[in-house]
Design a protein around this ligand. Structure first.
Ligand SMILES: Cc1cc2nc3c(=O)[nH]c(=O)nc-3n(C[C@H](O)[C@H](O)[C@H](O)COP(=O)(O)OP(=O)(O)OC[C@H]3O[C@@H](n4cnc5c(N)ncnc54)[C@H](O)[C@@H]3O)c2cc1C
Length: 499
């Protein structure tokens, strides 16, 4: 094994988080040697498939105000809403004359639409958004859906309500990632086109990384921002059970070009849907070009691509709910990324038991939006600068899965997600059956998963969707092992182990 070299800080992962963190640290501490490591193709990167809606209130759900951890996550999203304008200005300053295209890629304003075909859950999420808008005095306006430019749903899916959020929009994710890489380089960050195979550690500190070609890089600080691949890397040095494992929230999205001129000027989206994200249409800077997203197919292991059935349903729904004319648009690029979803669906941000190993992942649906705040927080911690953001305390990677409900509530919630999703996918029942038939079946499957896991841990509905069809050999056994290890690990005082 050869030693490549050494760095003060190695950032593993070249998505929006890895690059934002590296750029932020390099701006503040120009003397540090920093490397961002990742494959140039950024395979499975969530950032490269993202909308990227800079939405906070548009992402609110009925769960947002039901637990302090969810409130803390929402507080981070609100901070990001305030910070994006200045963050974007700084990024534009960093990239100098290339900034015009980046600025032009920003879309201002979002319409959140409650479609006539939305399920119960989307309705509850819409109500939760409205309550949050009032609670936090966020500017918004109730609008007549007929007045929204570019909205042309099928007759059965006409929105019953629409709210305009002037401060929430979107930005071209791919343009931001390119700009962040340029900004990081301009501040002296080394971009290493490589894949990390394992992290390296001494008795109680991280010491660097090993690449897939066997060479190594020494670093006293390693920031793990490898998206949904982060758990597999953490497992190479951390004791079993220390951090909740990561699942893969596979999302399909598309870049398209209109053939029929009829175009939204602002983001059109639905509220968060059962076990998924909102359907969204984002106009891009180039005339007639759009981004459409997205669905969410959760898997325990990395997927080779989005599911055909999920993709089929998503394309039908986006035309039905937002604009029928999308059907005649031309696909210029299919995008697939894996949202980094921890087992409890909350982020993993902070230092691990291994001194110098910091996590920056688990952002699930809104990591692009939250990236400026997460970058500041991780930079504060790594540079030992006073941190005053208690909202992050919840998300230390050294934790048991955060429990926001009881097992019985989790089973009931999962059943309601399944019923909603079934209707959204086109379920119709004869008059002598009602949705209770679906709910009962879903409750049985959710109960079986909880029983097989052999630990009283309530699983969030989004993740249960991935687990409910699995047998022990397909992954439940691994999860059971993790839960046993987590219980044992967190019963004793947290300590680092030599690996
Ligand atoms: C379809 C879709 C739509 C989305 N829409 C939005 C949205 O509108 N708004 C929003 O805020 N968020 C959105 N998200 C979520 C958002 O994209 C993520 O939360 C965020 O991008 C995560 O960024 P990241 O840098 O942590 O991970 P990633 O972007 O996944 O980056 C991780 C990087 O690490 C690299 N890597 C993996 N393994 C290794 C290794 N062993 N060695 C080195 N490098 C490695 C990967 O190749 C990748 O480039 C969406 C996600 C998807 C999939």
């Amino acid at each position: 094994m050869t030693a490549r070299s050494s760095m003060d800080i190695a950032v593993v992962g070249n998505g929006v988080l890895g690059l934002s963190i590296a750029a932020e640290i390099a701006r503040r501490a120009p003397k540090l040697n920093i490397a961002v490591i990742g494959p140039p193709g950024r395979n499975l990167s969530a950032s490269m498939a993202a909308g990227a809606m800079l939405n906070c209130f548009g992402e609110a759900t009925k769960y947002t105000h039901q637990h302090p951890a969810a409130e803390a996550k929402f507080a981070i999203a609100r901070q990001a809403l305030d910070e994006w304008p200045a963050w974007l200005d700084r990024l534009c300053d960093d990239v100098g004359h290339d900034a015009t295209a980046l600025r032009a890629s920003r879309t201002g304003g979002t319409f959140v639409l409650l479609s006539g075909r939305s399920g119960q859950l989307a309705q509850e999420n819409f109500q939760a958004m409205r309550a949050a808008l009032i609670k936090y005095d966020e500017p918004h306006e109730q609008v007549d859906p007929q007045d929204i430019e570019g909205l042309d749903p099928s007759p059965s899916a006409r929105p019953s309500h629409a709210v305009h959020l002037p401060r929430e929009g979107a930005i071209d994710a791919r343009a931001v990632v390119t700009a962040l890489e340029a900004a990081a380089c301009r501040h002296g960050v080394h971009i290493l086109p490589a894949t990390v195979q394992a992290l390296l550690a001494g008795a109680d500190t991280v010491t660097g990384v090993r690449f897939t070609d066997g060479s190594t890089l020494r670093a006293d600080t390693v920031i793990l921002a490898a998206g949904s691949a982060s758990s597999a890397l953490a497992d190479t040095v951390l004791p079993p059970g220390e951090t909740p494992p990561m699942l893969h929230g596979n999302g399909l999205s598309l870049l398209t070009r209109r053939t029929v001129p009829h175009r939204a000027r602002e983001v059109l989206r639905t509220p968060i849907r059962a076990g998924s994200c909102g359907l969204h249409l984002v106009p891009l800077a180039r005339e007639d070009w759009e981004y459409i997203g997205a669905n969410n197919m959760v898997t325990l292991h990395p997927a080779h691509g989005p599911g055909v059935g999920d993709g089929h349903a998503f394309l039908r729904q986006i035309c039905e709910h937002l604009d029928q004319k999308i059907a005649s648009s031309q696909v210029t690029q299919w995008l697939h990324g894996a949202r980094p979803m921890s087992l409890d669906c909350f982020p993993l941000i902070g230092e691990s038991s291994l001194r110098g190993l910091h996590f920056a992942t688990g952002t699930y649906r809104d990591g692009f939006h939250c990236s400026p705040v997460i970058a500041r927080q991780v930079a504060d911690t790594v540079l030992n600068q006073a941190t005053t953001n208690p909202d992050f305390d919840w998300f230390t990677p050294k934790r048991l899965p955060i429990q926001t409900m009881t097992v019985e509530q989790a089973i009931a919630e999962f059943a309601s997600h399944e019923v909603d999703a079934a209707y959204e996918y086109g379920l119709t029942l004869p008059f002598w059956l009602d949705s209770e038939t679906v709910a009962q079946h879903s409750r049985q499957r959710a109960r079986r998963v909880h029983e097989e896991l052999d630990e009283l841990v309530a699983l969030p509905p989004d993740n249960l969707m991935a687990l409910q069809g699995l047998t022990a050999s397909e992954g439940l056994a691994d999860l059971r092992l993790y839960l046993h290890a987590a219980r044992t690990y967190h019963q004793k005082p947290t300590q680092a182990t030599a690996v």
